[in-house]
Design a protein around this ligand. Structure first.
Ligand code: MSP
Length: 522
């Protein structure tokens, strides 16, 4: 059995507030980590905020506040958003944390000592949106950054440079020989092409242009490049230190997966890997690049005015738990593909899957159990693991584990829905109400048992996506809320009275469209 699982998310820039694109990544990550915790004991999730750099410096200046004030204000908003969405991270790091800044200085000095950093005078085009120099061939015809549609600034400075070219072949070799390293693998070619043309990168900025950053040790005229600072969070947060790393670091590193958006794959699969190679540290197992969330099919942007905060979605639909939104986001796109958010889709998807398919099934079946058997499962109703439905439950579990191992999170949720579809069809075909009418009570009881035992399985499988709904399903079945996969054994639903008429409650109510729309307008 695998002993540990260490997952990290990208750390968000705090020049703005959390939106549903940030939320998408944190939800995907949380679904993965909750799934791992169902199987192993030591699963650790790290998230955080990226707080240095010119972008933050400029935003703070434009608001007339200090960069630290801006960071504190927005950090609290990210923290609150993740709490509301029940993101169960083990640690949240801020790159302004003292421990982090101290270690980043040491990392930089170590790279210098290793001969991988040198000083060089340079003229380049800097995009503050990307916090990166761009080459003229990266730009649009009008000379704009294609991601931010802004003209990069021409900068001439003497900076420190990192010898990326020294690691180029080694990285290409690593990518080619480790098929699990880049997920989805459709991104491999694009990366190998980027590697072909890679140059050494500037890893510091002069203090006169960027003050809001970590100073280079021994050269206070320079601040450390924000991406070196930011990427290092994956090791500083768990206690990395050049000479004396923490026990936690020894236990958790290397990361099993860095979950990031497709826009920052180069920084993770090239820059970060070269730094780790220079430090002599083991490399992460997988870089999982998810796609983008668009709104009504267009890119979210402040200038279009279509940026949506996750809190607004919960408010608009009057949701006091995040389950529906988590479920929708986590199943919004197949691996690596872009997904779209629209109020209409959200409503339709969660009404269909959570309210109708799963919720109604449980409700109807419990009502039949009350009607025909006074809410009691009798010993003779319990079916064994050779029944068709039990076999399907077992297969679904196996396929879900495989899907999660490949980071196919939406695909895994589809497997749960297909299983629930099957159970619904099974109820229609076996028609327990007719069996009962005909007085075939043993057969009726067995059908109800099969459905309720399937529901218990569904609750456990659905847990990473919808922790509250899953807990409610198990509570409705009078089961304790232990979501470990060891409970996915057919027949664990025991004989006994499990419900009464007035205890049956819907686990998920359909979203009321008119209400939602009215509230949003208000
Ligand atoms: N600070 C850097 C990451 C440093 S990681 C060492 C950064 N920050 S960000 O705030 O711009 O983005 C944070 C994460 O959110 C990234 O993985 C990014 O891809 C993701 N997303 C930002 N907007 C998004 C969407 N609209 N949709 C999906 N994910 C998006 O990049």
């Amino acid at each position: 059995m695998q002993e540990k699982f260490y997952l990290t998310t990208a750390i968000d820039y705090v020049n703005g507030e959390p939106h549903i694109g940030h939320a998408y990544e944190k939800i995907l990550s949380d679904v993965i980590i909750r799934h791992k915790r169902q199987i192993i004991d030591n699963a650790f999730m790290l998230t955080g905020t990226d707080e240095h750099g010119i972008k933050i410096q400029k935003t703070a200046a434009s608001k007339g506040i200090t960069p630290k004030e801006l960071c504190d204000e927005n950090f609290s908003k990210f923290e609150a958003a993740w709490k509301e969405l029940e993101i169960s991270y083990d640690k949240i790091i801020r790159t302004t944390d003292l421990q982090h800044t101290k270690t980043v200085k040491k990392i930089f000095s170590k790279l210098l000592e290793n001969g991988d950093i040198y000083k060089h005078s340079y003229t380049g085009l800097y995009c503050s949106g990307c916090e990166s120099f761009l080459s003229p061939k990266d730009l649009t015809e009008d000379g704009l950054c294609p991601d931010h549609m802004k003209k990069p600034e021409e900068i001439t400075e003497e900076n420190y440079f990192f010898k990326l070219t020294k690691y180029k072949d080694k990285i290409a070799e690593y990518i080619k020989s480790h098929p699990e390293f880049i997920q989805p693998s459709s991104r491999v070619n694009e990366l190998l092409n980027q590697l072909e043309n890679i140059e050494d990168i500037s890893v510091s900025r002069t203090k006169s242009s960027v003050q809001w950053g970590i100073d280079v040790d021994g050269d206070e005229s320079q601040t450390i490049y924000v991406w070196i600072d930011a990427l290092s969070n994956y090791i500083t947060a768990i206690g990395y230190d050049i000479d004396n790393p923490d026990e936690q670091f020894k236990k958790l590193w290397p990361a099993d997966v860095h979950v990031i958006g497709k826009d920052i794959i180069k920084f993770h699969s090239i820059y970060w890997i070269a730094i780790l190679m220079s430090l002599g540290l083991p490399l992460p197992k997988t870089i999982y690049a998810h796609g983008w969330i668009t709104i009504d099919q267009s890119k979210m942007s402040k200038s279009i005015g279509n940026v949506i905060a996750p809190h607004d979605v919960l408010m608009a639909f009057n949701l006091d738990k995040p389950d529906a939104f988590r479920y929708y986001m986590a199943s919004a796109a197949l691996i690596g593909k872009d997904g779209n958010y629209s109020d209409e889709d959200f409503k339709e998807k969660v009404n269909a899957d959570l309210a109708n398919n799963i919720g109604n099934l449980l409700n109807r079946t419990l009502n039949m159990l009350v009607k025909y058997f006074d809410g009691e499962i009798k010993n003779e109703f319990i079916t064994d693991k050779t029944s068709k439905i039990a076999i399907l439950a077992e297969n679904t579990k196996t396929q879900i584990i495989e899907a999660f191992n490949k980071y196919e999170i939406a695909e895994a949720s589809n497997l749960i829905v297909s299983f629930a579809d099957f159970v619904n069809k099974y109820v229609t075909e076996t028609a327990p109400w007719s069996l009962a009418k005909e007085g075939k009570m043993l057969e009726t009881g067995k059908v109800l048992y099969n459905v309720l035992e399937a529901m218990r399985h569904i609750a456990i499988l659905l847990y990473p996506y919808c922790p509250n709904i899953s807990a409610d399903i198990l509570t409705q079945l009078s089961q304790n809320t232990d979501f470990k996969y060891t409970n996915l054994v057919w027949g664990k639903l025991q004989a006994g009275k499990i419900t009464e008429k007035d205890k049956i409650k819907p686990v998920f109510l359909r979203l009321d469209s008119e209400f939602a729309t009215d509230k949003k307008k208000g």
